[in-house]
Ligand binder design. Structure first.
Ligand SMILES: *[C@@H]1O[C@H](CO)[C@@H](O)[C@H](O)[C@H]1NC(C)=O
Ligand SMILES: *[C@@H]1O[C@H](CO)[C@@H](O)[C@H](O)[C@H]1NC(C)=O
Length: 457
């Protein structure tokens, strides 16, 4: 008995000898192989060659939209300066455009009808698991994604895979057609981080990313020191997005009218990183001068002073001139301590735009700020407080603020409300993006997230 297969084959096709059957099978296999190879080849070779020799690859980004034109992936990934030819500083233009947006909204029937979810303005999202820090989504007032993504800190954090994931994510989003900006809220970032206790650094390969973003929302006096040339930018910080009229269970930025219990408040959570960023050295030197010469009462927030490595402040703590309040203070109580103080001091230098400055201003507490601070300097003027340079003039500048305060010559809260705050910041961010990338690209980025499609051919 032979096997059934062979028995069945034999009578039906007389010409199909075993040798011929083998040949047919072989030919079929070869054809199948080529068919499969062709199906995948375009995809594989297209991607590979585009990386090396610039083969045209269709992307689902905005550039092919409408025009139907295919784009060269290498062109898309060029530094932004290849594309932007306008002036870099868009501050005045953005303020003008923001006013227009506001005017249109104020006069619109949607506003009259109370359709708040249609209000213009781009908001910063809360920190989310995805995308993870240092990415931060930009949303509309109703929480819907705009397709605009912000990077708010350097990638490198001594975790190779985490950092590489972040870089890959950046290029993927860019190729997809998202709009990516950098918000400078992390010390010198995207410049070199000076803090010796920091493990986030700017690497040479990140420079390419810094040049390829669509814009900078920055805090610097001299942006050319930290930002690449040829990328549009605006002086706007995360701290500008605070709402000075916020009052809810989380905390109140509207003053309660609390009595003053402290002359000076300073915030520093402790640890080497914070001591550097909040200039603990200058803080201590300043407290010694201020207390010796003026006998003032200082409150330090966030530190347990019984655990100091040195005893620099011990006599002033024993005498009751310096008190502290621990690190786990809820935000709403933290704000009450600020309001209970006459002046807030920020000796910080390597700090991008301390939120605490805006909290103080909102609570109508004037600010005494190190003249050399990276960001937040824009909040300091004759109506809000003063700069100081070192312990040499801290007493003088503090006294000047106090004298003005006693004569009711300061108006920190009103000044902040008139110039910054959530309403203005959200409109300016939208205005800036409209100017920097255009409404078509904004629309296309928005459609990407609406469609919830990650890859289209
Ligand atoms: C602290 O402030 C002083 C005076 O402005 C400055 O010289 C020094 O570099 C600052 N130190 C740090 C760590 O920021
Ligand atoms: C928008 O315009 C109204 C009316 O002119 C004004 O009261 C309001 O402050 C403006 N809002 C912003 C955020 O500029």
């Amino acid at each position: 008995m032979g096997y059934g297969g062979r028995q069945n084959f034999k009578p039906s096709t007389a010409f199909l000898t075993p040798a011929r059957a083998f040949l047919v099978c072989a030919i079929t296999l070869v054809c199948l192989f080529y068919a499969l190879a062709t199906a995948f080849q375009g995809h594989i070779s297209g991607t590979e060659r585009s990386a090396s020799s610039g083969t045209r690859l269709r992307l689902n980004g905005l550039d092919e939209r409408g025009s139907g034109k295919e784009r060269d992936v290498s062109a898309l990934l060029q530094p932004t300066r290849e594309h932007w030819h306008g002036p870099e500083d868009l501050d005045a233009a953005a303020v003008a455009r923001a006013d227009e947006l506001n005017k249109t909204w104020m006069e619109s029937p949607d506003n009259a009808a109370g359709s708040w979810w249609l209000e213009p303005g781009f908001h910063l999202s809360f920190m989310e698991d995805n995308p993870p820090y240092p990415f931060q989504r930009i949303k509309h007032v109703d929480g819907k994604d705009t397709g605009v993504m912000a990077i708010i800190a350097p990638f490198y954090d001594l975790d190779y895979y985490k950092a590489e994931l972040a870089r890959a994510f950046f290029w993927r989003l860019k190729a997809n057609g998202h709009i990516i900006i950098i918000i400078t809220s992390y010390q010198e970032f995207p410049g070199r981080i000076e803090n010796p206790y920091d493990d986030r650094h700017t690497t040479p390969q990140d420079k390419m990313i810094h040049e390829a973003v669509d814009g900078y929302v920055h805090c610097f006096r001299d942006p050319t020191r930290f930002l690449p040339p040829g990328v549009p930018r605006i002086l706007l910080s995360e701290s500008d997005f605070h709402d000075p009229d916020r009052r809810d269970g989380g905390g109140s930025l509207v003053p309660f009218g609390l009595p003053k219990e402290y002359d000076l408040i300073y915030s520093n959570q402790g640890g080497d990183w914070n001591d550097y960023a909040r200039n603990w050295t200058l803080a201590k030197a300043s407290f010694k001068r201020l207390i010796t010469e003026l006998g003032i009462k200082v409150i330090i927030m966030g530190r347990d002073l019984t655990k100091e490595a040195d005893h620099d402040l011990s006599p002033l703590i024993s005498s009751g001139h310096i008190v502290s309040h621990g690190p786990s203070t809820p935000w709403k109580d933290f704000l009450r301590y600020i309001e209970s103080s006459r002046v807030l001091i920020a000796p910080n230098v390597h700090d991008a735009s301390p939120r605490v400055l805006v909290e103080a201003l909102s609570l109508n507490v004037p600010i005494l700020v190190n003249r050399h601070i990276l960001g937040g300097w824009k909040y300091v003027n004759g109506q809000t407080g003063a700069f100081f340079d070192s312990e040499e003039n801290v007493v003088q500048m503090f006294s000047e603020i106090r004298a003005k305060q006693d004569h009711a010559e300061l108006r920190p809260r009103q000044w902040f409300r008139e110039n910054w705050g959530k309403g203005k910041a959200t409109l300016r961010l939208q205005a800036f993006l409209e100017l920097a990338v255009g409404q078509d690209r904004l629309q296309a980025a928005q459609e990407l997230v609406k469609a919830k499609v990650t890859y289209k051919r």
